[in-house]
Design a protein around this ligand. Structure first.
Ligand SMILES: Cc1ncc(COP(=O)(O)O)c(C=O)c1O
Length: 405
């Protein structure tokens, strides 16, 4: 019997790989200081770690540009706000989808209400997939930004970024992608997919701590800074520097958070090298991490398949989102027809120690389309890489007992 059966990795991954804990502790104790070039030895060591993390993340997302264009923020919400407010002006049009998280919807709603930006919310099919042609049809000559969530945090469906990116590129709009639910699980090739602004959060699939996120801004894309202030460089200038990463990084960033992300990146690469075995040779960080991601996705997928097939077999249960073999991440939403979602979550927690998330998951339009608002949203199970069969057995047993009484 475990104390907790944690199936809430879409909210935040837990546990983290062991080196994330040990590295953060070591960072704080040995050189947990403000990074700075050319200052004292400890500051240089901290700066080197931060720069190394930018390089690893650039490689992880296959971004061939200057790693200084990997900018650290607090989280994906912060990155999306910086990106959307920094790109859009009065009179601009934005294309997005009805699957977005509030970290996209709310900035866009505020920009629409208060700043004269026009927004089109593209529909999706019953399983949670947006037809890229619909994105193409929604683009107008005024479209400045196309912003989509790669993988839905409610349904787990994964959008065809390649096809959407093609429409965005052909029409000269800026392609912004929210990778919160896919980074650390699916390979994402920023350059090949034509992503102009890739936003990520550190604490979900990337297996880092909370309070660290980021964005990668392709060369040639101009994002106005949301905040200006101290950067430690060019301090005599009355104005904020144009050079990246400082352009979008003002004030002290979460260096302990970056240390955790650094350790998580090395953990992915190490896992990939172990999986490749003798074929690992001198593989790059990108290649090693790609091998790891294939494995992580397969492990998580197997857990989701077990949950999905057990839930679909139960009378009185509705499972939402992708059916069968469509490309998806591990996030799985369901409801017990006779009970509101929050009651199911509370009973799973109290009686079975199963940790799931219930509610609207900050994606209100997804729930309006599923007619789940009156059910108080859905019960969301999200296995992670460290989930084991016992967690899944317990979840299935709990739901089965709740349904069959
Ligand atoms: C799809 C999606 N986008 C954005 C976010 C926001 O992430 P954060 O809270 O780390 O800013 C989340 C978090 O739940 C999410 O699932």
């Amino acid at each position: 019997m475990k104390e907790h059966y944690y199936l809430d990795n879409a909210a935040t991954s837990w546990p983290k790989p062991e080196p994330v804990y040990t590295t953060m502790d070591k960072f704080f104790r040995s050189y947990g200081v403000n990074p700075g070039r050319g200052d004292h030895e400890m500051a240089v060591e901290a700066e080197n770690m931060v720069s190394e993390t930018r390089r690893m993340l650039a490689a992880f997302f296959n971004f061939g540009g200057d790693p200084n264009r990997v900018v650290f923020t607090q989280n994906a919400t912060d990155s999306l706000n910086i990106g959307l407010y920094g790109l859009l002006n009065e009179g601009d049009h934005v294309v997005t989808t009805r699957l977005e998280h509030n970290s996209v919807l709310r900035p866009l709603n505020h920009l629409q209400r208060d700043h004269g930006v026009d927004v089109t919310f593209v529909a999706r099919d019953a399983q949670g997939y947006v037809d890229p042609e619909d994105i193409g049809r929604a683009i107008t000559p005024k479209t400045k930004v196309v912003v989509v969530n790669h993988a839905s945090n409610v349904l787990g469906s994964v959008q065809d970024l390649e096809a959407i990116g093609k429409f965005s590129r052909e029409t000269g709009s800026v392609f912004v992608v929210d990778t919160c639910q896919s980074a650390g699980v699916l390979p994402i090739d920023m350059d090949d997919l034509g992503i102009d602004v890739l936003t990520f959060t550190g604490h979900k699939g990337l297996l880092g701590p909370m309070g660290i996120g980021g964005m990668i801004v392709a060369e040639g894309i101009e994002v106005r800074p949301a905040r200006v202030g101290g950067t430690g460089v060019d301090s005599v200038s009355p104005f904020h520097p144009d050079a990246y990463p400082y352009h979008l990084e003002a004030g002290t960033v979460s260096v302990p958070g970056i240390a955790g992300l650094n350790a998580a990146q090395k953990w992915f690469a190490e896992l990939g090298r172990q999986l490749l075995g003798s074929a690992a040779g001198n593989v790059s960080h990108t290649q090693a991490c790609r091998a790891a991601l294939g494995h992580v996705h397969a492990v998580e997928r197997a857990h989701t398949e077990r949950l999905e097939s057990a839930f679909r077999d139960l009378e009185g249960v509705t499972v939402y989102g992708p059916n069968g073999a469509r490309y998806r991440v591990a996030t799985l939403s369901m409801n017990i027809d006779a009970m509101p979602a929050d009651q199911v979550g509370a009973m799973l927690d109290a009686d079975y120690h199963v940790c799931v998330r219930t509610g609207v998951h900050c994606a209100p339009l997804a729930h309006k389309d599923e007619n789940t608002v009156d059910k108080k949203g859905t019960v969301r199970f999200s296995p992670g890489y460290f989930t084991d069969d016992e967690d899944i057995d317990q979840a299935i047993a709990g739901v089965t007992e709740l349904v069959t009484g």
